[in-house]
Design a protein around this ligand. Structure first.
Ligand code: HEC
Ligand code: HEC
Ligand code: HEC
Ligand code: HEC
Ligand code: HEC
Length: 186
C-alpha cells in the first residue's frame, strides 16, 4: 500500500513539475533557456558544479575577500561568478594536492572559462540589486547567504530560497525602505 501511494505522489509531483515548466516556457518566451531553467531550479533541484571548489580553504588560507571573486557584489546588480583570470595568478603554479586543482590549469592552458552554474536566481519579474544592499545598506553577504567562510563544498542549491516576497518586505518595512510594487517588479 505504501508503495502505491508513493508512486502516486511521484506521478503527481512530475505532473506539477511539467505544468510549471510549460507555464514558464509560455510565459517567458523571450528569456533565454538558461535563465528559464535557472529560475525553475531556484530553491528546488540540485545542480552540479564543474570543479570541487572550496570556499573555506581559499578564504582562510589566502585571506581573499568575497569581492575578489564576486567582483560586482558591492557595485553591481549581479554579484557575478569568477572568471579564469581570477584564478590564474595562483593556479599557474600547482597548489595543494586536490585532484581537481590541476584541472584549473588545464582550463587556463586551453583558454577556456570554467562554466560555473548560477544557483541563486529570483524569478525574472523580480528586480534585486546587490549594490543597494551591500554597497548602500552595508549588509554582509552572510546576512542573506549562508556563511561561505565555513563552506568547503561547492554550492549546488539555492541558499536564498527563504527570501520570499514577504521576507523582503519584512525587512523593507523594518528599515523604512521603499515598498511599492515597482521597486522590486519591473
Ligand atoms: C539582501 C540579501 C543579499 C545580500 C546581503 C547578498 N546577496 Fe547575493 N544574492 C541575493 C539574492 C536575492 C540573489 C539572487 C539575485 C537575482 O536573482 O537577481 C543573490 C545572488 C548571488 C549570486 C549569484 C548570482 C549573481 O548575482 O551573480 C552570488 C555569486 C552572490 N549573490 C554573492 C553575494 C556576495 C559575495 C555577497 C556579499 C558581498 C552577497 N551576495 C550579498 C541576496 C543577497
Ligand atoms: C590567492 C591564491 C589563489 C586564488 C586566487 C585561487 N586559488 Fe585555488 N587554491 C589556492 C591554494 C593555495 C590551494 C590549495 C589549498 C589546499 O590544498 O589547502 C587551492 C586549491 C584549489 C582547488 C583544489 C580544491 C580546493 O579548493 O582546495 C581548486 C579546485 C581551486 N583551488 C580552484 C580555484 C579556482 C577555480 C579559482 C578562481 C575562481 C581559484 N582556485 C583561485 C590558491 C588560490
Ligand atoms: C577564490 C574565489 C572565490 C572567493 C574568494 C569567494 N568565492 Fe564564492 N564562489 C566562487 C566560485 C568558483 C563559485 C561557484 C562554485 C561553487 O559554488 O563553489 C562561488 C559561488 C558562490 C555562491 C553561490 C552563487 C550562486 O550560484 O548563486 C555564493 C552565494 C558565494 N559564492 C558567496 C561568497 C561569499 C559570501 C564569499 C566571501 C565570504 C565568497 N563567495 C568568496 C569563488 C569564490
Ligand atoms: C535585511 C534587510 C533587507 C532584506 C532582507 C531585503 N532588503 Fe532590499 N533593501 C534593504 C535596504 C536597507 C535598502 C536601502 C538601500 C539604500 O540605502 O539605498 C534596500 C533597497 C532595495 C532596493 C532598491 C530600492 C531603491 O532605492 O530603488 C531593491 C530593488 C530591493 N531592496 C529589493 C529587495 C528584494 C527583491 C529583496 C528580497 C529578495 C530584498 N530587497 C530584501 C534591506 C533589505
Ligand atoms: C521588496 C521587494 C518586493 C516588493 C516591494 C514587492 N514584491 Fe512581489 N515579489 C518579490 C519577490 C522576491 C518575489 C518572488 C518570490 C516569491 O514569490 O515570494 C515576488 C513575487 C511576486 C508575485 C508572484 C507570486 C507567485 O506566486 O509567483 C506577485 C504576483 C507579486 N510579487 C506582486 C507584488 C505586488 C502586487 C506588489 C506591490 C503591492 C509587490 N509584489 C511588491 C519581491 C517584492
Amino acid at each position: 500500500m505504501r508503495f502505491v501511494s508513493f508512486k502516486k505522489l511521484v506521478v503527481s509531483c512530475l505532473m506539477v513539475a511539467g505544468f510549471i515548466l510549460t507555464y514558464q516556457a509560455c510565459n517567458k518566451g523571450i528569456e533565454s533557456t538558461r535563465d528559464r531553467i535557472a529560475s525553475v531550479v531556484t530553491g528546488r533541484a540540485e545542480v552540479k558544479q564543474p570543479l570541487a571548489f572550496d570556499h573555506q580553504a581559499h578564504i582562510k588560507a589566502e585571506e581573499l575577500e568575497c569581492t575578489d571573486c564576486h567582483r560586482f557584489a558591492a557595485k553591481g546588480v549581479h554579484a557575478s561568478l569568477p572568471k579564469m583570470k581570477d584564478c590564474a595568478d595562483c593556479h599557474s603554479q600547482p597548489q595543494g594536492k586536490n585532484p581537481d586543482e590541476p584541472k584549473v590549469r588545464e582550463y587556463e592552458e586551453e583558454g577556456r572559462e570554467i562554466q560555473w552554474v548560477t544557483v541563486n536566481k529570483l524569478p525574472g519579474h523580480v528586480y534585486f540589486s546587490h549594490r543597494a544592499h551591500v554597497g548602500f545598506a552595508e549588509m554582509k553577504c552572510w546576512d542573506c547567504h549562508q556563511d561561505m567562510r565555513k563552506v568547503s563544498k561547492p554550492v549546488t542549491k539555492s541558499d536564498i530560497g527563504y527570501l520570499t516576497m514577504s521576507k523582503c518586505m519584512e525587512c523593507h518595512k523594518e528599515k523604512n525602505v521603499k515598498q511599492d510594487c515597482a521597486t522590486c517588479h519591473k
